[in-house]
Design a protein around this ligand. Structure first.
Ligand code: NAD
Length: 324
């Protein structure tokens, strides 16, 4: 299959590209790279690992650039699109709110338009557990009410789901929105808790734990997420309209305090924990009901949090050794 992956230099994007290439697909990776906020060096390292692979082409580009995006899609002639590019993180500073809307809302419409014009057979796009907000009873099912997001990021992701549904209805664009739950693993995001915690632990610095350590997250290992993306990509929705939403989570929430305990055990040192108040943008708990994903794709996440943390720590040791 020819697949275009936006956000290819990102954490999940690089893992998805790697898997697609490993099974022989042709992959065009698109990413704003230096122009997007975040750790540019890490993005470049992820790309470097992909660049030698047969069947991989990288294009530096911004999804908010309408004309160029259309050209890119036309030239790439993708059968499938995996859209992962976004402004990420639930604690966006107020000053960045318009930039979140530009990339996550306007950029998303540009992707939908480009998919329509290029007659893409299946668009798989990243939504988030953030759409569930505070009011949803756990474990979260896809048909639960999702009209009370706790942050702008979650609101933009819910907007994506609604826009994809409308495009699917109007233009018969097959589209699947994946609600990812706290993804972690090698080559992960330095702004997310697992790597923030590991960095503090490895340096003997205070580890800032939001809330009292009882906040729970459904930590999902990145290999499981990449596998789920491929399984979904291979199975376009057939309903009317051809749009569906699927949770991609591990299905077993872990208290942050326990997650820190696992990191300590695998790293081999005690953390100096400092408690800081939980923020209004943060959900107290996330927990995926993954039965729909399993029914549609036969896939169940496989990597336990213990094994996932071991693999994260092993990567981090190696990474630290070469990137101090
Ligand atoms: P990431 O930040 O590592 O990757 C996003 C990539 O998008 C980056 O490489 C960035 O350069 C690129 N990008 C940003 N703005 C762009 C633009 N305007 N044009 C082109 N490229 C742009 O994030 P990730 O963790 O890999 O997340 C991938 C997707 O999954 C995102 O849509 C995110 O919202 C969603 N998601 C992630 C998690 C998680 O736990 N990591 C959870 C829920 C949802």
């Amino acid at each position: 299959m020819r697949v275009l992956v936006t956000g290819a230099a990102g954490f999940i994007g690089a893992h998805v590209c790697e898997r697609l290439l490993a099974r022989g697909d042709t992959v065009v990776g698109l990413d704003a790279l230096d122009a997007a906020p975040g750790d540019v060096a890490l993005r470049r390292s992820r790309l470097q690992r992909l660049s030698g692979a047969r069947g991989f082409t990288f294009l530096s580009g911004d999804i908010t650039g309408a004309a160029r995006l259309g050209e890119t899609f036309t030239a790439a002639r993708p059968e499938g699109v995996v859209h992962l590019a976004a402004r990420v993180g639930v604690r966006a500073p107020d000053a960045e709110a318009p930039a979140y809307a530009d990339t996550n809302v306007t950029g998303f419409v540009r992707v939908l338009e480009a998919c329509r014009e290029a007659k893409v057979a299946h668009l798989v796009y990243a939504s988030s557990s953030s759409v569930y907000g505070a009011a949803t009873p756990a474990p979260f099912r896809e048909d639960a009410p999702v009209d009370q997001p706790l942050n702008l990021y979650g609101a933009t992701k819910r907007a994506n789901e609604l826009m994809a549904h409308a495009y699917s209805h109007l233009h018969q664009l097959p589209a699947s929105g994946l609600r990812f739950f706290t993804v972690y693993g090698p080559w992960g995001r330095p702004d997310m808790a697992p790597l923030l915690f590991l960095r503090a632990l490895s340096r003997g610095e205070p580890l800032r734990l939001h809330g009292d350590g009882r906040m729970r997250r459904d930590f999902t290992f990145v290999d499981d997420v990449a596998e789920a993306v491929l399984r979904v990509l291979d199975r376009p929705p057939t309903g009317s309209p051809p749009h569906r939403l699927l949770n991609v989570g591990h299905g077993e929430p872990v208290a942050l305090g326990d997650f820190v305990g696992l990191l300590e055990r695998h790293w081999g040192a005690k953390a100096r924990v400092t408690s800081v108040p939980a923020q209004p943008a943060e959900m107290a708990s996330t927990w995926a009901d993954t039965s729909r994903l399993e029914a549609e794709t036969g896939f169940r996440p496989r990597v336990s949090v213990d094994e996932g943390v071991a693999r994260l720590v092993a990567w981090y040791r190696e990474w630290m050794g070469t990137h101090r």
